[in-house]
Ligand binder design. Structure first.
Ligand code: DX5
Ligand code: ZN
Length: 224
């Protein structure tokens, strides 16, 4: 697919490179591309909003040079407004900010959209859907965290399934063009449950990169 496709039309899989072998990153990305990945999910962590530090726009720019897949940048950082232009320049196709750190969420969403990039909002597991009721019609992506953000390889929080159903109902009833993405603890059991509940995009790190067969792992997530 290309970065202009409408994400709400089919199930998509976004491998999180957090779990990839960074010493072979170009090769890992080539392999997930050939294995049927639809997006590449990049987890940016600042050590403030989440208790971990990963990478910044420099790595996004590097990944942009080695793949044509759309880049789905998940900002787990405070003050994301300070960095949005840099991630756009780096080649992001989607930029997602967390509602918990945005006092002016509407302004940030339009800062992203006005730079020609798709805009997403993410919710931590404890953050209710009603926090985004007034912004759902403006965004391209609703990213529901199914673990507490910060690390790969955590256990899926079951309550997320109810949250997906609730979000799907609101989006459907209003005919919003917003895709639901679920992130954290996704595997061949939890992934299909999320899809049945109404998810459009699944992020998966450990499950794909530790599988030994990326194509088989990606396919198993799409089967429901
Ligand atoms: C967690 C990140 C996730 C993470 C998913 O803070 O946002 O994208 O990499 O990893 P798994 O699929 O291993 O839970
Ligand atoms: Zn993520």
């Amino acid at each position: 697919m290309t970065s202009n496709d409408d994400v709400s039309l089919k199930v998509m899989i976004a491998p999180s490179i957090l779990s990839a072998d960074f010493s072979q990153l170009a090769d890992e990305i080539d392999k997930i591309d050939k294995a049927g990945a639809d997006l590449i999910h990049l987890d940016v962590m600042d050590g403030h909003f989440v208790p971990n530090i990963t990478f910044g726009p420099g790595l996004v720019e590097t990944v942009r040079k080695i793949t044509n897949l759309p880049l789905d940048v998940h900002l787990m950082i405070t003050n994301p407004e300070l960095y949005i232009p840099r991630f756009v320049e780096a080649g992001a196709d989607y930029i997602t900010v967390h509602v918990e750190v945005c006092t002016h969420l509407h302004r940030n969403i339009y800062a992203i959209k006005n730079l020609g990039v798709k805009a997403g909002v993410s919710l931590n597991p404890h953050t209710p859907i009603f926090m985004v009721n007034e912004i759902l019609e403006d965004i391209d992506l609703l990213l529901l965290m199914s673990v507490n953000p910060g690390f790969g390889g955590q256990k899926f929080i079951q309550r997320t399934l109810e949250k997906i159903r609730l979000a799907k109902n609101i989006i459907k009833n209003h005919n919003y063009k917003c895709a639901i993405e679920v992130d954290g603890g996704i595997n061949d059991v939890t992934g299909p449950k999320c899809l049945k509940a109404g998810a459009d995009i699944l992020v998966a790190g450990d499950y794909i990169f530790r599988s030994g067969d990326y194509a088989k792992a990606i396919k198993s997530l799409k089967t429901f």
